[in-house]
Design a protein. Structure first.
Length: 319
Protein backbone atom coordinates (compact mmCIF):
# COMPACT_ATOMS: atom_id res chain seq x y z
CA UNK A 1 0.00 0.00 0.00
CA UNK A 2 2.92 2.33 0.76
CA UNK A 3 4.10 2.14 -2.84
CA UNK A 4 0.63 2.81 -4.15
CA UNK A 5 0.45 6.02 -2.16
CA UNK A 6 3.61 7.21 -3.94
CA UNK A 7 1.84 7.27 -7.27
CA UNK A 8 3.91 9.28 -9.75
CA UNK A 9 3.51 10.69 -13.26
CA UNK A 10 6.52 8.66 -14.40
CA UNK A 11 4.92 5.40 -13.30
CA UNK A 12 1.61 6.42 -14.85
CA UNK A 13 3.19 7.07 -18.27
CA UNK A 14 5.21 3.88 -18.02
CA UNK A 15 2.16 1.72 -17.34
CA UNK A 16 0.02 3.69 -19.81
CA UNK A 17 2.48 2.80 -22.58
CA UNK A 18 2.41 -0.87 -21.57
CA UNK A 19 -1.37 -0.91 -21.33
CA UNK A 20 -1.75 0.78 -24.72
CA UNK A 21 0.65 -1.60 -26.41
CA UNK A 22 -1.00 -4.54 -24.70
CA UNK A 23 -4.46 -3.30 -25.59
CA UNK A 24 -5.65 -3.28 -21.97
CA UNK A 25 -6.44 0.09 -20.45
CA UNK A 26 -8.40 -1.82 -17.80
CA UNK A 27 -5.11 -3.34 -16.64
CA UNK A 28 -3.77 0.17 -16.09
CA UNK A 29 -6.73 1.07 -13.91
CA UNK A 30 -6.46 -2.13 -11.87
CA UNK A 31 -2.72 -1.60 -11.39
CA UNK A 32 -3.42 1.53 -9.40
CA UNK A 33 -6.79 0.62 -7.91
CA UNK A 34 -5.38 1.24 -4.43
CA UNK A 35 -4.60 4.84 -5.26
CA UNK A 36 -7.71 6.08 -7.03
CA UNK A 37 -7.20 9.72 -6.07
CA UNK A 38 -3.63 9.72 -7.38
CA UNK A 39 -4.69 7.91 -10.55
CA UNK A 40 -7.52 10.35 -11.29
CA UNK A 41 -5.30 13.35 -10.63
CA UNK A 42 -2.52 12.20 -12.96
CA UNK A 43 -5.00 11.05 -15.62
CA UNK A 44 -6.74 14.43 -15.56
CA UNK A 45 -3.41 16.25 -15.93
CA UNK A 46 -2.37 13.93 -18.74
CA UNK A 47 -5.60 14.48 -20.69
CA UNK A 48 -5.36 18.25 -20.22
CA UNK A 49 -1.82 18.15 -21.58
CA UNK A 50 -2.98 16.23 -24.66
CA UNK A 51 -5.78 18.75 -25.20
CA UNK A 52 -3.35 21.64 -24.89
CA UNK A 53 -0.98 20.09 -27.44
CA UNK A 54 -3.92 19.48 -29.77
CA UNK A 55 -4.97 23.13 -29.49
CA UNK A 56 -1.41 24.33 -30.14
CA UNK A 57 -1.19 22.05 -33.18
CA UNK A 58 -4.52 23.38 -34.47
CA UNK A 59 -3.39 26.98 -33.97
CA UNK A 60 -0.22 26.37 -35.97
CA UNK A 61 -2.12 24.64 -38.80
CA UNK A 62 -4.70 27.42 -38.79
CA UNK A 63 -1.98 30.05 -39.10
CA UNK A 64 -0.36 28.22 -42.02
CA UNK A 65 -3.71 27.69 -43.71
CA UNK A 66 -4.59 31.38 -43.44
CA UNK A 67 -1.23 32.33 -45.01
CA UNK A 68 -1.96 29.98 -47.91
CA UNK A 69 -5.45 31.41 -48.33
CA UNK A 70 -4.09 34.97 -48.34
CA UNK A 71 -1.66 33.97 -51.08
CA UNK A 72 -4.37 32.35 -53.21
CA UNK A 73 -6.57 35.42 -52.96
CA UNK A 74 -3.72 37.85 -53.64
CA UNK A 75 -2.81 35.90 -56.80
CA UNK A 76 -6.46 35.48 -57.81
CA UNK A 77 -5.67 31.80 -58.32
CA UNK A 78 -9.29 30.73 -58.63
CA UNK A 79 -8.59 27.16 -59.74
CA UNK A 80 -6.55 26.61 -56.59
CA UNK A 81 -9.34 28.23 -54.60
CA UNK A 82 -11.63 25.43 -55.77
CA UNK A 83 -9.13 22.96 -54.33
CA UNK A 84 -9.07 24.63 -50.90
CA UNK A 85 -12.08 23.31 -49.01
CA UNK A 86 -12.12 26.03 -46.36
CA UNK A 87 -11.91 28.86 -48.85
CA UNK A 88 -14.44 27.27 -51.19
CA UNK A 89 -16.81 26.72 -48.28
CA UNK A 90 -16.41 30.39 -47.34
CA UNK A 91 -17.61 31.37 -50.81
CA UNK A 92 -20.49 28.92 -50.41
CA UNK A 93 -21.74 30.10 -46.99
CA UNK A 94 -24.72 32.42 -47.15
CA UNK A 95 -25.25 35.87 -45.65
CA UNK A 96 -27.47 34.22 -43.04
CA UNK A 97 -24.68 31.80 -42.10
CA UNK A 98 -22.22 34.64 -41.50
CA UNK A 99 -24.73 36.55 -39.38
CA UNK A 100 -25.39 33.51 -37.20
CA UNK A 101 -21.67 32.75 -36.97
CA UNK A 102 -20.94 36.28 -35.74
CA UNK A 103 -23.67 35.92 -33.13
CA UNK A 104 -22.33 32.55 -31.96
CA UNK A 105 -18.81 33.91 -31.59
CA UNK A 106 -20.01 36.97 -29.73
CA UNK A 107 -22.01 34.81 -27.31
CA UNK A 108 -19.04 32.50 -26.79
CA UNK A 109 -16.71 35.42 -26.07
CA UNK A 110 -19.18 36.89 -23.59
CA UNK A 111 -18.93 33.66 -21.60
CA UNK A 112 -15.16 34.19 -21.41
CA UNK A 113 -14.73 30.62 -22.48
CA UNK A 114 -11.28 31.12 -24.03
CA UNK A 115 -9.14 28.00 -23.63
CA UNK A 116 -12.15 25.78 -23.22
CA UNK A 117 -13.73 26.17 -26.62
CA UNK A 118 -15.70 23.35 -28.14
CA UNK A 119 -14.97 22.15 -31.65
CA UNK A 120 -17.63 24.03 -33.64
CA UNK A 121 -16.56 27.36 -32.10
CA UNK A 122 -12.92 26.64 -32.91
CA UNK A 123 -13.75 26.00 -36.55
CA UNK A 124 -16.20 28.90 -36.71
CA UNK A 125 -13.55 31.31 -35.41
CA UNK A 126 -11.29 30.09 -38.22
CA UNK A 127 -13.99 30.83 -40.80
CA UNK A 128 -14.44 34.30 -39.34
CA UNK A 129 -10.75 34.97 -39.99
CA UNK A 130 -11.27 33.88 -43.61
CA UNK A 131 -14.35 36.09 -43.98
CA UNK A 132 -12.26 39.14 -43.11
CA UNK A 133 -10.19 38.43 -46.24
CA UNK A 134 -13.19 38.32 -48.59
CA UNK A 135 -13.76 41.86 -49.80
CA UNK A 136 -16.75 42.65 -52.09
CA UNK A 137 -14.29 42.94 -55.00
CA UNK A 138 -12.81 39.50 -54.35
CA UNK A 139 -16.25 37.93 -54.03
CA UNK A 140 -17.45 39.57 -57.25
CA UNK A 141 -14.39 38.34 -59.14
CA UNK A 142 -14.69 34.80 -57.81
CA UNK A 143 -18.40 34.37 -58.49
CA UNK A 144 -18.00 35.72 -62.03
CA UNK A 145 -15.15 33.27 -62.55
CA UNK A 146 -17.13 30.35 -61.13
CA UNK A 147 -20.22 30.96 -63.27
CA UNK A 148 -18.12 31.33 -66.44
CA UNK A 149 -15.77 28.45 -65.64
CA UNK A 150 -18.56 25.99 -64.83
CA UNK A 151 -20.47 26.92 -67.99
CA UNK A 152 -17.35 26.49 -70.12
CA UNK A 153 -16.67 23.08 -68.56
CA UNK A 154 -20.07 21.90 -69.76
CA UNK A 155 -19.42 23.33 -73.23
CA UNK A 156 -15.94 21.80 -73.45
CA UNK A 157 -17.23 18.37 -72.47
CA UNK A 158 -20.09 18.81 -74.95
CA UNK A 159 -22.61 18.36 -72.19
CA UNK A 160 -25.76 20.42 -72.06
CA UNK A 161 -25.85 22.73 -69.05
CA UNK A 162 -29.63 22.89 -69.35
CA UNK A 163 -31.11 22.56 -65.88
CA UNK A 164 -32.46 19.06 -65.36
CA UNK A 165 -33.58 17.85 -61.97
CA UNK A 166 -33.50 14.46 -60.27
CA UNK A 167 -34.60 13.22 -56.86
CA UNK A 168 -31.64 12.92 -54.46
CA UNK A 169 -32.76 9.49 -53.21
CA UNK A 170 -34.82 6.56 -54.50
CA UNK A 171 -36.80 6.16 -51.30
CA UNK A 172 -37.11 8.70 -48.52
CA UNK A 173 -39.35 10.39 -45.98
CA UNK A 174 -39.57 14.11 -45.31
CA UNK A 175 -41.24 14.38 -41.90
CA UNK A 176 -43.83 17.05 -41.28
CA UNK A 177 -43.14 19.71 -38.71
CA UNK A 178 -39.88 21.11 -37.42
CA UNK A 179 -36.79 20.93 -39.62
CA UNK A 180 -33.80 23.23 -40.15
CA UNK A 181 -34.65 26.87 -41.02
CA UNK A 182 -32.48 26.82 -44.16
CA UNK A 183 -31.81 23.13 -44.81
CA UNK A 184 -33.74 19.90 -45.09
CA UNK A 185 -33.10 16.55 -43.40
CA UNK A 186 -34.37 13.77 -45.67
CA UNK A 187 -34.68 10.42 -43.92
CA UNK A 188 -33.73 7.11 -45.48
CA UNK A 189 -31.55 4.05 -44.84
CA UNK A 190 -27.82 4.42 -44.46
CA UNK A 191 -25.93 3.09 -47.45
CA UNK A 192 -28.57 4.34 -49.90
CA UNK A 193 -27.08 5.97 -53.01
CA UNK A 194 -27.33 9.75 -53.27
CA UNK A 195 -28.01 11.29 -56.68
CA UNK A 196 -27.12 14.77 -57.86
CA UNK A 197 -30.31 16.81 -58.09
CA UNK A 198 -28.96 18.89 -60.95
CA UNK A 199 -26.24 19.09 -63.56
CA UNK A 200 -23.25 20.86 -62.10
CA UNK A 201 -19.60 21.23 -61.20
CA UNK A 202 -18.27 19.58 -58.05
CA UNK A 203 -16.66 22.39 -56.05
CA UNK A 204 -16.16 20.52 -52.77
CA UNK A 205 -15.80 16.83 -51.92
CA UNK A 206 -14.83 15.94 -48.36
CA UNK A 207 -14.14 12.22 -48.07
CA UNK A 208 -12.10 11.69 -44.92
CA UNK A 209 -13.92 13.24 -41.97
CA UNK A 210 -12.41 12.35 -38.61
CA UNK A 211 -14.04 13.31 -35.34
CA UNK A 212 -10.99 14.91 -33.74
CA UNK A 213 -9.30 16.30 -36.85
CA UNK A 214 -10.43 19.88 -37.56
CA UNK A 215 -8.78 19.79 -40.99
CA UNK A 216 -10.42 16.58 -42.19
CA UNK A 217 -13.60 18.31 -43.38
CA UNK A 218 -14.81 21.81 -44.19
CA UNK A 219 -17.42 21.25 -41.48
CA UNK A 220 -16.98 19.04 -38.43
CA UNK A 221 -20.76 19.07 -38.05
CA UNK A 222 -21.39 18.13 -41.69
CA UNK A 223 -18.79 15.35 -41.89
CA UNK A 224 -18.20 13.95 -45.35
CA UNK A 225 -19.94 16.25 -47.80
CA UNK A 226 -20.31 17.28 -51.44
CA UNK A 227 -21.13 20.70 -52.89
CA UNK A 228 -22.22 20.94 -56.52
CA UNK A 229 -22.63 24.23 -58.38
CA UNK A 230 -25.28 24.59 -61.10
CA UNK A 231 -24.08 27.46 -63.36
CA UNK A 232 -27.39 27.92 -65.14
CA UNK A 233 -29.39 28.33 -61.96
CA UNK A 234 -26.44 29.90 -60.10
CA UNK A 235 -27.18 27.49 -57.25
CA UNK A 236 -25.07 25.43 -54.88
CA UNK A 237 -26.37 22.06 -53.66
CA UNK A 238 -24.74 20.78 -50.46
CA UNK A 239 -25.12 17.14 -49.38
CA UNK A 240 -23.84 16.31 -45.89
CA UNK A 241 -23.31 13.37 -43.46
CA UNK A 242 -22.27 11.06 -46.31
CA UNK A 243 -20.56 7.73 -45.81
CA UNK A 244 -18.81 7.32 -49.16
CA UNK A 245 -18.14 10.19 -51.55
CA UNK A 246 -17.91 9.10 -55.18
CA UNK A 247 -16.96 12.38 -56.91
CA UNK A 248 -13.99 14.75 -56.98
CA UNK A 249 -13.52 18.52 -57.12
CA UNK A 250 -13.57 19.80 -60.70
CA UNK A 251 -15.72 16.94 -61.96
CA UNK A 252 -18.85 17.56 -64.04
CA UNK A 253 -21.87 15.57 -62.88
CA UNK A 254 -25.29 15.17 -64.43
CA UNK A 255 -28.64 15.11 -62.70
CA UNK A 256 -29.28 11.58 -61.44
CA UNK A 257 -25.60 10.66 -61.23
CA UNK A 258 -24.47 8.94 -58.01
CA UNK A 259 -22.31 11.22 -55.89
CA UNK A 260 -22.10 9.17 -52.69
CA UNK A 261 -24.01 7.18 -50.09
CA UNK A 262 -25.98 8.10 -46.98
CA UNK A 263 -24.01 7.83 -43.75
CA UNK A 264 -23.71 9.36 -40.30
CA UNK A 265 -20.48 11.36 -40.43
CA UNK A 266 -20.30 14.62 -38.50
CA UNK A 267 -20.35 15.36 -34.79
CA UNK A 268 -24.13 15.30 -34.35
CA UNK A 269 -25.02 12.73 -36.99
CA UNK A 270 -22.74 10.11 -35.43
CA UNK A 271 -24.68 10.18 -32.16
CA UNK A 272 -27.13 7.31 -31.53
CA UNK A 273 -30.44 7.99 -33.24
CA UNK A 274 -29.12 10.89 -35.32
CA UNK A 275 -28.10 9.09 -38.53
CA UNK A 276 -30.25 7.64 -41.32
CA UNK A 277 -30.70 10.91 -43.17
CA UNK A 278 -29.30 13.18 -45.85
CA UNK A 279 -28.76 16.82 -44.91
CA UNK A 280 -29.53 18.98 -47.96
CA UNK A 281 -28.92 22.69 -48.46
CA UNK A 282 -29.41 24.91 -51.50
CA UNK A 283 -27.68 28.30 -51.69
CA UNK A 284 -28.10 30.75 -54.54
CA UNK A 285 -25.86 33.49 -55.92
CA UNK A 286 -27.76 36.77 -56.39
CA UNK A 287 -26.86 40.41 -56.94
CA UNK A 288 -27.84 43.28 -54.68
CA UNK A 289 -28.92 46.78 -55.78
CA UNK A 290 -25.25 47.73 -56.24
CA UNK A 291 -24.68 44.68 -58.48
CA UNK A 292 -22.46 43.03 -55.89
CA UNK A 293 -22.75 39.27 -55.68
CA UNK A 294 -23.90 37.61 -52.49
CA UNK A 295 -25.19 34.19 -51.45
CA UNK A 296 -28.60 33.50 -49.92
CA UNK A 297 -30.01 30.25 -48.53
CA UNK A 298 -33.26 28.65 -49.59
CA UNK A 299 -35.56 28.00 -46.66
CA UNK A 300 -36.44 24.43 -45.74
CA UNK A 301 -39.98 24.86 -47.08
CA UNK A 302 -38.60 26.04 -50.43
CA UNK A 303 -36.31 22.99 -50.63
CA UNK A 304 -39.21 20.72 -49.71
CA UNK A 305 -41.37 22.27 -52.46
CA UNK A 306 -38.58 21.70 -54.99
CA UNK A 307 -38.27 18.03 -53.98
CA UNK A 308 -42.04 17.55 -54.20
CA UNK A 309 -42.11 19.26 -57.60
CA UNK A 310 -39.43 16.90 -58.93
CA UNK A 311 -41.33 13.95 -57.46
CA UNK A 312 -44.60 14.98 -59.14
CA UNK A 313 -42.84 15.55 -62.46
CA UNK A 314 -41.21 12.13 -62.23
CA UNK A 315 -44.54 10.43 -61.52
CA UNK A 316 -46.21 12.21 -64.45
CA UNK A 317 -43.44 11.16 -66.82
CA UNK A 318 -43.68 7.54 -65.71
CA UNK A 319 -47.43 7.40 -66.42
Amino acid sequence: MEKLQKFSRRKFLEYLTKATLGGSFLALILKFKGDQLGFKKILKEYLQEIKQKSTESWDLKKENELKQIQKLLANRDWIKVLENKFLMASFYWSEGFWQKLEKDLRMNNSKKNVGNQNEPIIQKSFYWEIKKLLSPQIKNEFYKFLITYASQKFSFEKTSSETKLSLPLKKFIIPEGKNHPDALDIFTDEGEPIFSITNGLVVLADKNWKENDYFSSHSMLGGNAVIIFDPQGKRFFRYAHLDKVEVNVGQIVLAGEVIGTVGHTGINAQKPGHGNHLHLEINKIVQDKNNNFKVISLKSEQIKKLINKIKISKNENSN
